[in-house]
Design a protein around this ligand. Structure first.
Ligand code: 3PG
Ligand code: MG
Length: 397
């Protein structure tokens, strides 16, 4: 898949001013980066270009500011990035205008400069051509290494690709390669596990997946909506009753496409939404009226693990229970551990993505054992929905 993109193999960056779109939207607390995964992911691209004598100019957003505001400055993130890549990263207080031009003008080959939050200018999100032109003045080529922001058609994520010669960075390349192997040209059979609270946020995703995968496990709160649609009494469980018809349509579409839908066959039920509140497993015909389904039950776990055994490729998005509260993390942890073991045994290609999903796999202690974990949230979902991502489309030759 990646051979339809220009990559860093296709350009000599020595002496060139390289505008590199990266994703520096990392979680922070009290001015400190609490999870540096995204910084670690972009390190190879930055280091390679710097070592080859390129002038590496980083463009990124942070948060969703409305205009300039100190809370959303990239300055502390640039400092954290310098620690990760073990090279100095200079900083300029604006991404366009004199401040940026001066900072770029002062760069020597191999230098790294981070420009301030692109979203301090509203023109960024509007993909305003005049703003794109301002940014383009600072560089000779554009490298996009921000898959996780590729669902945005903004000036720095998409617009620049029409103005300057465009290349995929190493992380973008790895991401497209891994995702391509998972859904576009996968080793069959393919299983998807989709969880999370709500069907409403994942209708497009489910509709697309049932046409592409051989088996679809539905877990989490969204499974309750499917169970309800099939006549199961789900008590006080989270359930979008108004989406019953949608759920049945997805089930019909799956059947027509030869995709097996795997729903829970039993459930862990509690009477309060709280960690360690008393709970036990119930059959689907016996969910108490006052009860709340908070995880899949032991028989469901066995079914999911058996389905994973039948698969050669797994795509995972969303926890299958309320994993942030013990003991309702059991189903998610069991499935994650099983998938990780199959991957280690070279029986499975496993790809996962989405904010909660990565947190759940980290919680299960298996994130390193999956074949590929995407750091993308919204972009991963849109990819699973089969939608073209503007920041990827613009890279196509
Ligand atoms: C993310 O954190 O998911 C990306 O950086 C995109 O951020 P956004 O949702 O604010 O566009
Ligand atoms: Mg987001």
């Amino acid at each position: 898949m990646t051979n339809s993109f220009r990559t860093l193999d296709d350009v000599d960056v020595k002496g060139k001013r390289v505008l590199v779109r990266v994703d520096l939207n990392v979680p922070m607390d009290g001015g400190k980066v609490t999870d540096a995964t995204r910084l670690e992911r972009i390190a190879p691209t930055i280091t390679e270009m710097s070592d080859k004598g390129g002038k590496v100019i980083l463009l990124a957003h942070f948060g969703r500011p409305k205009g300039r505001d100190d809370k959303n400055s990239l300055k502390p993130v640039a400092a954290a990035l310098a620690d990760v890549i073990k090279k100095p990263v200079a900083f300029a207080d604006d991404c366009v205008g004199d401040v940026a031009a001066k900072a770029v003008g002062a760069m020597k080959d191999g230098d790294i400069l981070c420009l301030e939050n692109t979203r301090f200018h509203s023109a960024e999100e509007k993909n305003d051509p005049a703003f794109v032109a301002e940014l383009a003045k600072l560089g000779d080529i554009w490298v996009n290494d921000a898959f996780s922001a590729a669902h945005r058609a903004h000036a720095s994520t998409e617009g620049l690709g029409h103005k300057l010669p465009a290349y995929a960075g190493r992380t973008m390349q790895a991401e497209l390669d891994a995702l391509g192997k998972a859904l576009d040209a996968p080793t069959k059979p393919v299983i998807a596990i989709v969880g999370g609270a709500k069907v409403s946020s994942k209708i497009d995703l489910l509709e697309n997946l049932v046409t592409k995968v051989d088996a679809l496990v539905i877990g989490g709160g969204m499974a309750n909506t499917f169970l309800h649609a099939q006549g199961v009494k789900v008590g006080k469980s989270l359930c979008e009753k108004d989406l019953a018809a949608t759920a049945l349509r997805i089930i019909d579409k799956a059947e027509a496409s030869g995709c097996a839908i795997i729903l829970p066959v039993d459930a862990i039920v509690a009477f309060h939404f709280a960690a360690n509140t008393p709970s036990r497993a119930y059959g689907l015909d016996a969910i108490p009226d006052e009860g709340m389904i908070l995880d899949v039950g032991p028989q469901s776990i066995e079914r999911i693990n058996a389905a994973i055994d039948d698969a050669a490729t797994l795509v995972w998005n969303g926890p299958v229970g309320a994993f942030e509260m013990t003991p309702f993390d059991r189903g998610t942890v069991a499935g994650a551990k099983h998938a990780a073991a199959r991957t280690k045994a070279k029986k499975l290609i496993s790809v996962a993505g989405g904010g909660d999903t990565v947190a759940a796999l980290n919680h299960a202690g298996v994130a390193d054992d999956f074949s590929y974990i995407s750091t993308a949230g919204g972009a991963f979902l849109e990819w699973m929905e089969g939608k073209p991502l503007p920041g990827v489309e613009v890279l196509k030759k």
